[in-house]
Design a binder for this molecule. Structure first.
Ligand SMILES: NC(=O)C1=CN([C@@H]2O[C@H](COP(=O)(O)OP(=O)(O)OC[C@H]3O[C@@H](n4cnc5c(N)ncnc54)[C@H](O)[C@@H]3O)[C@@H](O)[C@H]2O)C=CC1
Ligand SMILES: CC(C)CC(=O)C(=O)O
Ligand SMILES: [Mg+2]
Length: 357
């Protein structure tokens, strides 16, 4: 059975890290006889430069027809002055909304080898394994109306709309409850229900769903407290469910508990379990082109792709074991160097994972 994987390298460090993940995927494809075929397309700034659109029709068509997608990152300062609707980030948001990839799973797992790279003391983070379930196709990133308008007094006002329908809350809630059922049976719903009506509804729906999952312990936390608790005592969390923007922010924060934003993978799934997989970080323009970016978040995202969308658990586990092995060997990209391991480039890290496979 042949399955098609679409690679979307994007911008900045995107092509550098996707190149390493591609090699790893090619290797497991041969080793495990997976029958994967690969295609590539443009998205983000690279697509704007070539076609004037951050999400060309051809890319969207290929994405719709792919069995799974692996994306690097989009964006960069050279496109920051474009109007919002034409910026690289719209390419990514367009893929998420067109494919209805509403469930974004961001596992923050500390590899024991990186305990000293974590921003927290080893005793506070050792064994950390949190799953952030972020709603990805709604909330303030997509709400209408939005824009900048001129008021009667001549002053300009920027505005966005934070909105969720009951059904949007319910479907992400179900994903989170089911994940909690398969893990530590604890779900913390993060909101701002002391200020925002939309999250009062969010809380109400989560409480309503709880009745369908009696084995899961549900708690609620305001997002400001959650941000603090994540760096105070992160192991109190098992699964966190939250909206698009809060999840975006909290997952970058959680990344540092695992040592680096370069370690955090993600899966974005729709109801048919079609998925787009990407590291949680962006295009890192400050280090792009230097060959020093950490490719592991992308490589671990490729493992998630094999697990969730392609049903190839053994190949996924092989990649995860290979990542663990290179960390055992003391190989470190610059962002995870704090324990004085051997410094390697993006390519050397990718090659090491290949050898470990
Ligand atoms: N999924 C995506 O495509 C995302 C795109 N972006 C875009 O990326 C651009 C840069 O955004 P920033 O806010 O700077 O966030 P960023 O995540 O690109 O970078 C933040 C910091 O983390 C470092 N970093 C990120 N990934 C790394 C890796 N793999 N290895 C080592 N260090 C790494 C960067 O060097 C930088 O110092 C913007 O245009 C933004 O809109 C931002 C986040 C996600
Ligand atoms: C374009 C942004 C919403 C991307 C981002 O920061 C993310 O998905 O983490
Ligand atoms: Mg983000």
């Amino acid at each position: 059975m042949s399955r098609n994987v679409l690679l979307l390298p994007g911008d900045g460090i995107g092509p550098e890290i996707v190149a390493e993940a591609e090699k790893v995927l090619n290797k497991v494809n041969d080793q495990f006889n997976l029958g994967l075929t690969f295609d590539k397309a443009l998205v983000g700034g690279a697509a704007i430069d070539a076609t004037d659109s951050p999400l060309p029709d051809e890319t969207l068509e290929k994405a719709r027809n792919a069995d799974a997608i692996l994306l690097g990152a989009v964006g960069g300062p050279q496109w920051d002055s474009l109007p919002m609707a034409k910026r690289p980030e719209k390419g990514l948001l367009g893929l998420r909304s067109n494919l209805q990839l509403f469930a974004n799973l961001r596992p923050a797992i500390l590899y024991p080898q990186l305990a000293s790279a974590s921003s927290l003391k080893p005793e506070v983070v050792s064994g950390l394994d949190i799953l952030i379930v972020r709603e990805l196709t709604g909330g303030i990133y997509f709400g209408q109306p939005r824009g900048v308008r001129e008021l009667e007094n001549g002053e300009r006002q920027g505005y966005n709309t934070y909105q969720y329908t009951e059904s949007e809350i319910r479907r992400i809630g179900r994903v989170a409850f089911e994940a909690a059922q398969q893990r530590g049976k604890k779900l913390c719903s993060v909101d701002k229900a002391n200020v925002l009506e939309v999250t009062v509804l969010w809380r109400e729906i989560m409480e309503d769903l709880k009745r369908e999952y009696p084995d899961v312990e549900l708690s609620h936390m305001y997002v400001d407290n959650a941000a603090m608790q994540l760096v105070r005592a992160p192991k109190q969390f098992d699964v966190i469910v939250t909206g698009n923007m809060f999840g975006d922010i909290l997952s970058d924060e959680a990344a540092m508990l695992t040592g680096s934003i370069g370690m955090l993978p993600s899966a974005s799934l729709n109801s048919e379990k079609q998925g787009m997989y990407e590291p949680c970080h962006g295009s890192a323009p400050d280090i792009a082109g230097q060959g020093i970016a950490n490719p592991l978040a992308t490589i671990i995202s490729a493992a998630m792709m094999l697990r969730y969308s392609l049903n190839e658990e053994k190949a996924a586990e092989a990649i995860e074991a290979a990542v663990s092995k290179v960390l055992d060997q003391g190989l470190r990209t610059a962002d995870i160097m704090s324990d004085g391991g051997q410094k390697v480039s993006t390519r050397e890290m990718g090659e090491a994972v290949l050898s470990a496979l």
